[in-house]
Design a protein around this ligand. Structure first.
Ligand SMILES: Cc1cc2nc3c(=O)[nH]c(=O)nc-3n(C[C@H](O)[C@H](O)[C@H](O)COP(=O)(O)OP(=O)(O)OC[C@H]3O[C@@H](n4cnc5c(N)ncnc54)[C@H](O)[C@@H]3O)c2cc1C
Length: 465
């Protein structure tokens, strides 16, 4: 046998087509859940494909228990389906609503903002209902293996489940995998995989949840004291960055923590992905002991849960028809094809150290539809973290609130394209924007200001009554 035969095997088989859709959404996370509901509500026969056992992505399997990106300073910038989801979560008792919060409280540069803290378990239920009510076909425990490719065109996806391998044909595929996996496999140019960056990506974080916490007592500790405790913990090697904050505290008795920080991980490398989980759990063990021994309110706390999957901040970013830059964000650049507003904060974690560069843009920033569209590969639109943005701009556009708004626009575009009413060369910008606005989405700075004004007069009316 020749040596080549030892190191490779040739496989040849035909794959059964298990379904045909107008729109298949690859990944059911922040952007994918909303993209699927959006496409279905726009009249498309839609499926969402998710490798985990629930929808929601980082909010559920990642346990990242707060939506950011809904408010820039005092102005709400996310409406439409993203906002509707928050209302559904509230109605199910999964959140008390938007709240003021000091992000990275124990760090050198904390940022005051408005977040939407929630209980990730309730988000799983809300996400199921949201997708089912819209008529989306949900495929859980389903790994997308690769795109089905035609001539310069994505024509569906190949999937693997416990029942075996099959294919789903689709007129349009929304890549909401976070990693741009469909785009990359379809030869869409992308950034984020440069050799010098692979070992210098932002760190991963394995989120965990403590229960039996006296949250009130913890919250009452002054910031300076929290910072001093965090710096001591860092010096002793028992915590990993300047963080003592908890992104959500469901019921005032639990605390969801993002305190682990796992360096030198290329999340597109399977061995690294395993290493990240193992290192993350080692860190959680140390942090839990530190919290119980040193942090007021955690004396009797117990480790109640660890996220099913380590949180990944950075992998691929497509190079689309337009690439959003930090200059666009700082310079408040306006776009005729704006389809969503970013709020910030700009959030870039040190690839090696213990800090984080955090700041809030002065005003909301516009994101054009072109950031979601490849230059030449038909049948595909990208939503979420993998949209076309520079690394710095991505630090502000990857929050879940923003990802959801991108998902809504991608879903509408996909539904239109599936019936021949939009294409890469003529993306039907005015129709997409009109449909978004009809649903209450906020797509440009004036929309956000008008919504804020309307909310203010509602409050005045309420006070006067
Ligand atoms: C540690 C950490 C903390 C963060 N903190 C916050 C925060 O506090 N607030 C905030 O708003 N944002 C936060 N973010 C950012 C935010 O969570 C992500 O940027 C956002 O979720 C991106 O949305 P997405 O839809 O692109 O990806 P995701 O939400 O990650 O969804 C991608 C989905 O695709 C699925 N998928 C991927 N590949 C496949 C495949 N081959 N087959 C099937 N399914 C697949 C995944 O399982 C996942 O469900 C944080 C991120 C991290 C990592």
């Amino acid at each position: 046998m020749k040596s080549a035969d030892v190191t490779s095997v040739r496989e040849s088989f035909s794959t059964h087509v298990a379904g045909e859709y107008d729109v298949v959404v690859a990944g059911g996370g922040a952007s994918g859940l909303i993209a699927a509901v959006s496409a279905a509500r726009a009249g498309a026969k839609t499926a969402v494909i998710e490798r985990q056992g629930c929808l929601g992505g980082n909010a559920t399997t990642g346990m990242v228990a707060q939506y950011l990106g809904f408010y820039n300073r005092e102005t709400r910038v996310a409406g439409g389906l993203a906002y509707e989801l928050t209302q559904r979560i509230r109605a199910l008792g999964g959140s008390e609503g938007f709240a003021r919060y000091l992000l990275a409280e124990a760090s050198a540069s904390p940022v005051p903002l408005i977040n939407f803290p929630f209980n990730p378990e309730i988000v799983k239920i809300a996400a199921d209902e949201f997708a089912q009510d819209a008529g989306v076909d949900i495929h859980l425990h389903t790994q997308i293996v690769k795109p089905l490719l035609g001539e310069s065109r994505v024509e569906g996806v190949v999937i693997e489940t416990v029942s075996g391998r099959s294919a789903l044909r689709a007129k349009m595929v929304v890549d909401a995998s976070g990693d741009g996996m469909i785009a990359a496999a379809s030869c869409v140019p992308h950034a984020g995989v440069e050799p010098e960056l692979k070992r210098n990506r932002q760190p991963c974080t394995l989120v965990f949840r403590m229960s039996s916490v006296d949250v009130k007592r913890f919250r009452a500790v002054p910031r300076e004291e929290k910072r001093a405790i965090a710096l001591e913990g860092l010096k002793e090697g028992r915590i990993y960055w300047e963080s003592l904050s908890f992104c959500s505290t469901p019921g005032g008795k639990d605390a969801v923590s993002l305190m682990s920080r796992i360096f030198d991980i290329d999340a597109l490398d399977a061995a690294d992905a395993t290493r990240a989980e193992l290192a993350g759990r080692r860190q959680v063990k140390t942090i839990v002991r530190f919290l119980r021994e040193r942090v007021p309110g955690f004396e009797n706390a117990i480790l109640a849960g660890i996220a099913a999957r380590v949180g990944v901040r950075e992998t691929r970013r497509i190079i689309g028809q337009y690439t959003l830059t930090e200059e666009d964000i700082v310079g408040n650049r306006r776009f005729a094809d704006a389809i969503a507003l970013g709020a910030g904060p700009m959030d870039l974690h040190d690839s090696k150290g213990t800090g984080v560069a955090l700041w809030m843009p002065e005003v909301p920033f516009e994101i054009p539809l072109r950031c979601l569209l490849p230059e030449s590969v038909q049948g595909l639109v990208v939503a979420g973290r993998a949209m076309s943005a520079t690394r710095d701009a991505n630090g502000g556009s990857r929050h879940m609130g923003t990802a959801m708004c991108l998902g809504e626009a991608a879903g509408i575009y996909a539904a239109l394209a599936a019936r021949g009413e939009a294409s890469l060369r003529d993306p039907a910008v005015e129709t997409v924007r009109a449909m978004l606005r009809e649903r209450g989405a906020l797509i440009c700075v004036e929309d956000a200001l008008a919504a804020a004004e309307a909310e203010r007069s509602e409050i005045m009316k309420f006070k006067a009554a």
